[in-house]
Design a binder for this molecule. Structure first.
Ligand SMILES: NC(=O)C1=CN([C@@H]2O[C@H](COP(=O)(O)OP(=O)(O)OC[C@H]3O[C@@H](n4cnc5c(N)ncnc54)[C@H](OP(=O)(O)O)[C@@H]3O)[C@@H](O)[C@H]2O)C=CC1
Ligand SMILES: CC(=O)[C@@H](O)[C@H](O)COP(=O)(O)O
Ligand SMILES: [Mn+2]
Length: 380
């Protein structure tokens, strides 16, 4: 039996990971973690019987502890608890499906404990890639991409010499507002931005897709995962999300990975790599698809992608500021405290006011995060 821990088990990636576990029937779930959703977490505990469970919010953890008194599961809380869940001794793979930079410490702890990482939590790699990638090498652990585009690239690179990659063609749907101008985006409502054309995902990443910030984070994620330069990653809009990404090699050959938009494929591929297993679900029907269209991204009306290239090229603490400002801004937008266009204004403002620190430690990354938050709170 393969043994896995899932950090963020109550979210979109977490629940789909558990669907894969259930469908395959030969994976043991050793640890689960969530922020506060103890109702769903209790259901998951009763079904999958993990040894340890973390609820980040202490009060909720106490509540959960009471309701699972009849079981032997250990319930922990806070960052210490999240790290305990990440390093549970029998796990082989830790699925990082928490949202945001909160994933940095548990991911590092899991790697230091010798676990492979099935990485969905892109914010960790964007902000701490210079720590994560060398640590993976040092510990001999694998970073298995779960993000659909990065899984696609990983699949295209199977059996290939990484040195012969010319460029990565990172596909983007363009989100619900593709083709709109800033003027037309002024009065966008939360509900409009949450209406992704192809994917059902968590709220934060869905807003990121609409602003193209998700694609910006993914360009930086690709840089770290595949050891390429920022300018070797070209974003291509492909509105139907059926080409999940492509790789162009030195000889001009382009390999693409295609499929219906279903995260269970990259999740399952990461858990069983290099094995491919049957996955039930719709298949692409090329006769009915007819056409696949491509567009250039619009960096003027969607400045989030341009800012991400700036952050990724500068490196150091600037990707953290880009990411942290976005996390704060999206939370405020979802809370209806700011307008839609203010999201990227906040990112730009925070980046402009920041002095980059090269090669930051985890503490310095967290300081840069706090500084970005403070900047936003003081200006907006
Ligand atoms: N959804 C998708 O299809 C894709 C997602 N990703 C990436 O995967 C990650 C997860 O995204 P998604 O599943 O959509 O997000 P969701 O918002 O759906 O889920 C987030 C999960 O993280 C948990 N969580 C939040 N804060 C904490 C905390 N402090 N401690 C422990 N757990 C916490 C939540 O718990 P609770 O429910 O209790 O709040 C929930 O289980 C993100 O980094 C995203 O960018 C990448 C590609 C595709
Ligand atoms: C499913 C997944 O990996 C998301 O990151 C998805 O790519 C979002 O779609 P767009 O950002 O391309 O709209
Ligand atoms: Mn993606």
């Amino acid at each position: 039996m393969k043994k896995i821990a899932i950090l963020g088990s109550t979210g979109s990636i977490g629940t789909q990971t558990l669907e894969v576990v259930e469908n395959q029937g030969d994976i043991e779930v050793t640890a689960l973690a969530a922020g506060s959703n103890i109702r769903l977490l209790e259901e998951q505990i009763r079904k999958f019987r993990p040894k340890i469970v973390c609820v980040f919010e202490e009060e909720k953890a106490k509540e959960l502890k009471e309701s699972v008194r009849d079981l032997t599961v250990r319930v922990v809380s806070g960052m210490e608890g999240l790290i305990e869940a990440a390093v549970e001794e029998t796990s082989e793979i830790v699925v990082t499906a928490v949202v945001g930079m909160i994933g940095i410490r548990p991911t590092i702890a899991a790697m230091e404990a010798g676990k492979d990482i099935a990485l969905a939590n892109k914010e960790t790699l964007v902000t701490a890639g210079h720590i994560i990638m060398p640590l993976a090498k040092k510990m001999g652990v694998r970073i298995l991409p779960v993000d659909s585009e990065h899984s696609a690239i990983f699949q295209c690179l199977n059996g290939e010499n990484k040195g012969s990659v010319h460029k990565i063609l990172l596909t983007a749907s363009g989100g619900p507002f593709r083709g709109k101008t800033r003027e037309e985006l002024k009065n966008v409502k939360v509900e409009d931005a949450l209406n992704h054309p192809n994917w059902a995902m968590g709220r934060k990443i869905t807003i990121d897709s609409s602003t193209m910030v998700n694609k910006g984070l993914e360009v930086m994620e690709a840089k770290w995962l595949f050891g390429v330069q920022m300018d070797q990653v070209q974003v291509v809009i492909q509105p139907k999300s059926i080409i999940h990404s492509m790789v162009e090699f030195e000889d001009g050959a382009v390999m693409a990975q295609m499929g219906t938009p279903d995260m269970k494929l990259p999740i399952q591929y990461a858990l069983y790599y290099p094995e491919r297993r049957y996955l039930k679900g719709d298949r692409l029907d090329f006769w009915s698809i007819g056409q696949i269209n491509f567009e250039k991204p619009d960096l003027v009306n969607f400045p989030g992608l341009k800012l991400a290239y700036e952050a990724g090229c500068a490196g150091g603490t600037l990707p953290t500021v880009f990411n942290a400002a976005n996390e704060k801004a999206v939370a405020k937008f979802l809370n209806r405290e700011i307008t839609y266009l203010t999201i990227t204004d906040m990112i730009e403002g925070a980046m402009n006011g920041h002095t980059v620190k090269e090669n930051p430690t985890v503490e310095e990354i967290l300081d840069a995060e706090a500084a970005a938050y403070e900047y936003i709170e003081s200006r907006w």
